[in-house]
Design a protein. Structure first.
Length: 278
């Protein structure tokens, strides 16, 4: 499938080549949706721009005389506004990779460029600032404070950032409204289901409107219905232009992302994806 645009004198000829690796119904529908996204980008004059670039990344641990390579020469590029799933079994290195991408851990060696900045050159204060401003974290464990209401849990990290009370209250209310918990704002975690608690955790991650969402097994502790609701929220964030990285062991969940990347024994095995050639 291809598309040429030549009607604008300010543009070079643009060729969109869309590669469909399978002919199944699901793949056709998925391919059509990605084609529509890329076509819209061309018509609006938008370009794919990397927000995360990882080159030859290693994370090595030593256990006695044994060397464990949690990450073994990982290279990966994630574009702004992309929805990428990194899928692998327990112990594959996927959570280690997320911790490095989220500036929660440092690699043994390699290069990580985050939104144009070389992470290795940043101080701990600068890394903390990046985590607060640019990244929203969602974990498998909800990590909610039991004695606080949903609203107070979402407000808590905003208060650490020094956001004025009225502003953070408005941001927290808006985030809870967006995840469908308008009627649960005054409830404590013990008064909510697991799915509702995870939605509070998502609201906390998105309240400050970070451009990047890192979700580590966000459906791992949830039933099928609640897991699907969480994925719908992540898709909504992606459609708004957020960059979403999903870490999961579940292939069915990974297939709902825009791009799937497998990791095994610390090594990435990237799947075929649509490509934009200009």
């Amino acid at each position: 499938m291809s598309f040429n645009r030549t009607d604008s004198p300010e543009r070079k000829n643009t060729l969109l080549i869309f590669i469909i690796p399978d002919s199944g119904t699901f793949v056709k529908a998925f391919a059509a949706s990605i084609f529509a996204i890329l076509l819209g980008m061309i018509l609006r004059g938008e370009k794919m721009e990397p927000i995360m670039i990882v080159r030859n990344l290693y994370k090595i641990y030593h256990q006695g005389e044994n060397e464990v390579r949690a990450l073994d020469g990982v290279s990966l590029t994630v574009d702004k506004g992309e929805f990428v799933a990194i899928v692998g079994r327990s112990g594959s290195g996927k959570s280690t990779l997320m911790n490095v991408l989220g500036c929660l851990d440092t690699p043994t060696s390699g290069e990580y460029i985050l939104d144009g900045e070389n992470v290795d050159a940043l101080s701990e204060d600068q890394l903390s600032d990046i985590r607060n401003r640019k990244i929203g974290f969602i974990f498998q464990g909800f990590n909610l404070v039991p004695g606080l209401t949903a609203l107070e849990n979402v407000e808590l990290p905003l208060s650490y950032r020094g956001i004025p009370r009225e502003e953070r209250h408005a941001l927290a209310e808006d985030a809870l409204f967006r995840v469908g918990l308008k009627e649960r704002m005054r409830h404590r975690p013990s008064q909510m289901s697991g799915g509702q608690q995870q939605r509070v955790a998502i609201a906390r991650a998105i309240a400050a409107r970070p451009p990047i969402i890192l979700a580590d097994e966000p459906t791992g502790n949830l039933d099928t219905k609640s897991g699907a609701a969480v994925m719908d929220i992540l898709h909504g964030l992606h459609e708004e232009g957020r960059t979403v990285l999903l870490i999961t062991h579940d292939e069915r969940i990974a297939q709902r992302a825009q791009r799937r990347v497998a990791i095994r024994d610390g090594v990435l095995e990237e799947a075929v994806r649509p490509r934009l050639l200009v």
